[in-house]
Design a protein around this ligand. Structure first.
Ligand code: SF4
Ligand code: SF4
Length: 303
């Protein structure tokens, strides 16, 4: 019997508390869990097979001397036509693994990194380096206590999702993830909410509802875009009536990649949002979100 199965059978005896200790400990992931793909530049021949199969256009080969350097070290032949760097956009990637399968040089592997939250949309591109340290529980608790008086109320808003992200959000309330241990809970009305958790592509029919929901929230209010759809439109990008994500309609504080993101990634995203607001308004946001926030507050946004 594989060791993993034995360990799981013994868990109720050795560890009778079923609740996850995340974020104090790393997420407990199944071996088959797929995260963001990573590339070995020394093996990559930049023939673009991965680009051809990627369903969301997440991979790019852009002009960059670093790729040429990597090839020069590894293989003189390969470097001949390789003045382009490989990058992946975590905001578009759905972790399908097609690029790793299609690569004829076995240069791509699917990592298990699922904690990828970022406050800046541009920071989601080419996050192929060392993974960020996991947030610790004490920081999460102190962040909530310092800003929201020991509790954080969340309103979930579906703006046109397949419901995959929404099921992961629902899993936050099960005994394993037990989101309420942090003082975080869901509320039915945006008037009681500190944080808006948005899933889906933002369809044209739901943009007005999203605006009204945001405007009904009291300050300080946070917006977290959940999943590839909410960040970039995901597999639905470019479809009629699809706004390709929520950032064009709402002032997003944090982007949480995944399709769908794991519950741990959602917790990391909420922590990041809380810490962002504690640090004050973001300066020089690349997406113009602070300006959008002000316009929404005064009702001057055209939806
Ligand atoms: S895992 Fe899928 S969506 Fe992500 S870059 Fe590879 S092919 Fe594209
Ligand atoms: S990001 Fe993926 S799981 Fe989430 S709504 Fe879009 S398609 Fe569904």
């Amino acid at each position: 019997m594989p060791l993993d199965i034995i360990r799981r059978l013994l868990t109720p005896i050795l560890d009778p508390v079923p609740t996850s200790r995340y974020p104090s400990v790393a997420p407990l992931l199944q071996p088959a869990t797929r995260g963001l793909p990573e590339v070995d530049l020394t093996a990559c021949r930049q023939d673009g097979a991965c680009i051809d199969v990627c369903p969301t256009g997440a991979i790019e080969l852009a002009a960059d001397d670093r790729a040429a350097d990597a090839h020069a070290d590894a293989d003189a032949d390969a470097s001949a036509g390789s003045s382009r760097a490989w990058s992946v956009d975590a905001g578009k990637c759905i972790f399908c693994g097609a690029c790793a399968i299609a690569c004829p040089n076995a240069a791509i592997r699917m990592s298990s990194r699922v904690e990828l939250a970022a406050t800046d949309r541009a920071a989601l591109v080419e996050r192929g380096g060392a993974s960020e340290p996991s947030p610790d529980a004490e920081r999460l608790r102190s962040g909530i206590a310092g800003r929201f008086g020991r509790s954080l109320h969340v309103r979930h808003l579906d703006t046109g999702s397949c419901n995959g992200c929404d099921w992961e959000i629902a899993a936050l309330l099960n005994p394993y993830h037990d989101l309420q241990r942090f003082g975080i809970d869901f509320v039915a009305s945006p008037r009681h909410a500190d944080l808006l958790l948005v899933t889906g592509v933002m369809t044209a029919n739901l943009a007005e509802a999203a605006r009204r929901t945001y405007e009904a929230m009291p300050e300080p209010r946070l917006v977290v875009a959940v999943g590839a759809c909410a960040i970039s439109g995901g597999v639905f990008a470019g479809a009629p009536g699809c706004a390709n994500g929520v950032a064009g309609e709402l002032p997003v504080d944090v982007f949480v990649p995944g399709c769908p993101p794991r519950p741990e990634a959602l917790i990391e995203g909420m922590l990041t949002a809380i810490e962002t607001r504690r640090a004050g308004p973001r300066a020089g946001a690349s997406t113009g979100q602070d300006e959008l926030r002000g316009r929404a507050r005064t009702g001057s946004v055209e939806w």
